[in-house]
Design a protein around this ligand. Structure first.
Ligand code: FES
Length: 109
């Protein structure tokens, strides 16, 4: 069974969007996939300094739609965000599993 992940991507006013990378605005992934894998599959960048090892906290994304379908944060995710001073409202893409359709964004898209 799959879920659809939609991505809200915006470019700052006056900036050209680099269409050569052709990122997708949505992708389908199997239920249970890491959100970071869905982002990679869509061709979007993922901020990371740890290679998705759950250390850096830089992969935080905002869940716009579907957040209530996600599993609660683990103690590990809370600890990673606290240690790296990451906004507690963000979810770490490398530690969040897709369980249903979602819409997400990142501050750097
Ligand atoms: S990529 Fe480093 S914590 Fe997610």
């Amino acid at each position: 069974m799959d879920a659809q992940v939609h991505f809200q991507v915006s470019s700052p006013a006056g900036c050209e969007t680099d269409t050569s990378k052709n990122p997708s605005s949505a992708t389908r992934v199997p239920i249970g996939s890491a959100l970071s894998d869905a982002i990679a599959q869509a061709g979007l960048p993922l901020a990371s300094a740890c290679g998705s090892d759950g250390i850096c906290g830089r992969c935080g994304v905002t869940i716009l739609v579907g957040g209530s379908t996600l599993a609660a944060e683990t103690d590990e995710e809370v600890r990673i965000k606290s240690r790296n001073r990451i906004d507690p409202k963000l979810r770490l893409a490398c530690r969040t599993l897709v369980t249903a359709d979602l819409e997400i964004t990142a501050s750097y898209w």
